[in-house]
Design a protein around this ligand. Structure first.
Ligand code: ZN
Length: 132
């Protein structure tokens, strides 16, 4: 499943708050279903409930929200699942569009949104990067 990082979705929601509503508490009655369907989440190969690390990179993978919920506290082995191969896909989760979405949406941002997005933009596009 192709996923989209939540900050990218939230920047789009700033531009189109009626069409792509987002609720800070992810209330499903007021948050667009694309968040639940496509948001990229961090999942743990060895579940946290079974002592899996939250900081060791080898224990962390990207999962869509539905797979993360289904996996729950189980191991991949227990579920009969296997990790998807990392491919050289050109899909970047729409990160390429994030600076433009933020540029367009920032007038609608709260102070908290500004802090959130500036931190994520710095993470995706560190100083000296040439991605923008
Ligand atoms: Zn998935």
């Amino acid at each position: 499943m192709r996923t989209i990082p939540v900050p990218v979705l939230r920047a789009a929601s700033l531009i189109w708050p009626e069409e792509l509503p987002f609720n800070r508490n992810w209330r499903t009655d007021v948050t667009h279903p694309v968040y639940a369907a496509c948001a990229a989440t961090i999942d743990h190969l060895q579940p946290r409930a079974h002592g899996g690390s939250n900081s060791e990179l080898s224990n962390l993978v990207t999962a869509c929200w539905p797979c993360n919920l289904q996996k729950s506290e189980f191991t991949l082995h227990r579920l009969g699942w296997a990790l998807a191969e990392i491919t050289s896909s050109a899909w970047d989760g729409l990160i390429y569009a994030y600076p433009d979405l933020w540029e367009e949406g920032h007038p609608n941002a709260t102070a908290g949104d500004v802090r959130y997005h500036l931190a994520w933009l710095a993470a995706f596009f560190p100083p000296g990067s040439t991605s923008t």
